[in-house]
Design a protein around this ligand. Structure first.
Ligand SMILES: C[S@@+](CC[C@H](N)C(=O)[O-])C[C@H]1O[C@@H](n2cnc3c(N)ncnc32)[C@H](O)[C@@H]1O
Ligand code: SF4
Length: 451
């Protein structure tokens, strides 16, 4: 069993490491990938295949101070309506390149706040998506829902359009914390949103909560988790609050002297983690929890858990296409990212060109390293057999890499003939361990606290 002193000596409380929702991570993308590559990668997909589709809506009625997402505040609907028209135009462009018979295994609307759309705008977008690619059997349609920004009419359209996974933003139920993070959201508002979602038979309810918030204590996070458990969510994301005021300027409004220290963050995470585990939730990777019959829990058990830009998934599709400003797509050939600024994105699409401005074409040992990091983030284990069979890895080089990594972490890991394993006691170090397999220059990484 390791101690806090050992975790501290290993650098856990000082390290800033990527979250590894891709490898290489987005700061390593460059201008070499263009809209032409994006188009040809789409055309190169097999006929009758399945893809995952992500639509980004970078608007919110009011910006929460804590939020580090790419979004902008708007008091009126006209920029949102114009943006939806642009998204529909981008979907039409996608349709001209997609091979025949392509279907969707996943459709995800994220943001920002996609539920800011009026029912009419939502319906128009759903119809356009269906026209471009129908749902495959068993497909999932998930939407990020801000409980402050939802009503019966909008839920009717979403549920009628096939939404079967609703993801609500909770963050924390404590009023003092909500005030400090600029996100007022009374418990009743959240409870009412959950009730409306359930009443429409939406199969799965997900919720996001945060640890590491100003004024958060073990007692407060316990209360938040208990209140959340009263909704019996199918999945919970327990994200560490990323305080990056130099990037997300609105975070300058957050009282930094009220933030917990890194060791306190670890305690907050552990407190919440234990509560979910006691309640029968399966632990999914580094920061998710799922009811035992949820797809993520089953994927974790059967070794099919994957990691992508939306976090953890049981989606088997190799291709994720992200549309909208700043969205990232992943193909077997590499990553392509749209222009982050809504204005630049809109200008490109209106001119009839894809809005790709950056990306990364896989080269060298990228795919091997990407898989090793994904295995660690999903299964806390690297299986050498798969790497040798699928990526032509050299077993002796792998063994040397594992031994070096284990030495760096003072023997806390398990190295066997089958591979490398992170036992439960060393799991707070997972992202730092994953970083050992990252060959890119860390000074370029977009950092967030290791704990
Ligand atoms: C893109 S937001 C969309 C959620 C939706 N607009 C809402 O407010 O409910 C998705 C999630 O990102 C997480 N998030 C945003 N800013 C964060 C930060 N600074 N650190 C960690 N997680 C953050 C929050 O948990 C949030 O629910
Ligand atoms: S948390 Fe949601 S509502 Fe708040 S600013 Fe971020 S995306 Fe917008």
């Amino acid at each position: 069993m390791n101690t806090r002193t050992q975790l501290s000596r290993l650098g856990l409380f000082d390290a800033k490491v990527p979250r590894y929702t891709s490898y290489p991570t987005a700061p390593h993308f460059g201008a070499a990938v263009t809209g032409g590559d994006f188009a040809s990668w789409i055309r190169g997909l097999p006929e009758n295949g399945t893809i995952s589709l992500y639509l980004h809506v970078p608007f919110c009625r009011k910006l929460c101070w804590f939020c580090a997402c790419r979004t902008q505040g708007t008091a009126t609907m006209s920029p949102v309506a114009a943006y939806v028209e642009t998204l529909k135009a981008e979907l039409d462009m996608l349709a001209t390149h997609l091979p025949a018979g392509t279907r969707l295994s996943r459709l995800h609307w994220g943001g920002g706040t996609p539920t800011l759309l009026t029912p009419e705008l939502m319906q128009g977008l759903i119809d356009k998506v269906r026209q471009v690619a129908p749902f495959a059997e068993g497909a999932e349609f998930s939407v990020e829902i801000d409980p402050n920004e939802i009503d019966e009419a909008r839920l009717d359209v979403l549920a009628g359009g096939g939404m079967n996974r609703a993801s609500i933003g909770v963050q924390d139920f404590d009023e003092q914390i909500q005030e400090a993070i600029g996100r007022p959201q009374g418990f009743e508002i959240t409870r009412r949103a959950v009730e409306m979602i359930r009443a429409r038979g939406v199969a799965s309810l997900n919720a996001d909560i945060l640890y590491g918030l100003p004024h958060q204590t073990r007692a407060r996070i316990t209360e938040t988790v208990q209140k959340l458990l009263s909704f019996a969510p199918d999945r919970v994301a327990l994200y560490g609050y990323a305080h990056v005021p130099w990037m997300a300027k609105r975070q300058q409004l957050i009282p930094s002297d009220a933030l917990p220290t890194p060791p306190e963050r670890l305690e907050l995470f552990e407190t919440a983690r234990r509560l979910f585990a006691w309640d029968g939730y399966a632990e999914i990777g580094i920061d998710h929890f799922a009811a035992p019959d949820d797809g993520l829990a089953i994927a974790r058990k059967t070794g099919r858990l994957r990691r992508n830009f939306q976090g953890y998934t049981d989606d088997g599709a190799e291709v994720l296409i992200g549309l909208g400003a700043s969205s990232i797509s992943r193909f077997p050939q590499g990553y392509a990212q749209n222009a982050p600024a809504t204005s630049a994105y809109t200008a490109a699409i209106r001119e009839g060109s894809f809005a790709t401005t950056r990306g990364h074409a896989f080269a060298g040992d990228d795919l091997l390293r990407a898989r090793m990091i994904e295995m660690l983030m999903c299964d806390f284990r690297i299986h050498s057999d798969e790497l040798v069979a699928d990526y032509g890895a050299d077993p002796s080089e792998l063994a040397a890499l594992y031994a070096r990594t284990n030495a760096r972490f003072e023997g806390l890991l398990e190295v066997t003939g089958e591979g490398l394993y992170i036992p439960a006691s060393a799991r707070p170090l997972t992202r730092m361990i994953a970083r050992e397999f990252d060959a890119y220059d860390m000074s370029k990484a977009r950092h967030s606290s290791a704990v």
